[in-house]
Design a protein around this ligand. Structure first.
Ligand SMILES: [Zn+2]
Length: 125
């Protein structure tokens, strides 16, 4: 369990932490306040893990050793879990979470509108 950044109680599960974002924060069962792992941190973990996995696959394939590939891949999984375990939960409020949800909807809406526009009107090159 991870410490809630509001009250300091260990109430946040690994899964809840992993699943949290600025738009959908996890909620503390002791104080009820929301918190999340910032996207900058979760994205860095994802990119680093993907790069290491690519390296593991290249090393495994070039050495023609399935055992090496499996061992390196397992290390990447451990690294990924360790990064998530160490990542910091940032306190937020429900108002802030709903505000960033609104921004996300506007962005997605804008992208979807643009995609439909390109689809309907072509748009050449
Ligand atoms: Zn709390």
């Amino acid at each position: 369990m991870h410490r809630c950044p509001h009250c300091g109680e260990r109430t946040i599960s690994n899964l809840a932490k992993w699943w949290s974002s600025s738009t959908a924060p996890t909620q503390c069962s002791a104080c009820g306040n929301p918190s999340f792992v910032p996207a900058s941190e979760s994205n860095a973990t994802f990119v680093l893990s993907a790069a290491l996995l690519a390296g593991a696959i290249v090393a495994g394939l070039s050495s023609r050793s399935p055992a090496l590939l499996a061992a390196l891949s397992a290390l990447v999984v451990v690294f990924y879990a360790w990064r998530w375990h160490r990542s910091t939960l940032v306190p937020t409020t429900m108002a802030e979470a709903s505000a960033s949800r609104t921004v996300a909807f506007i962005l997605l809406g804008g992208i979807a509108t643009y995609a439909v526009y390109r689809f309907v009107f072509g748009g050449g090159a």
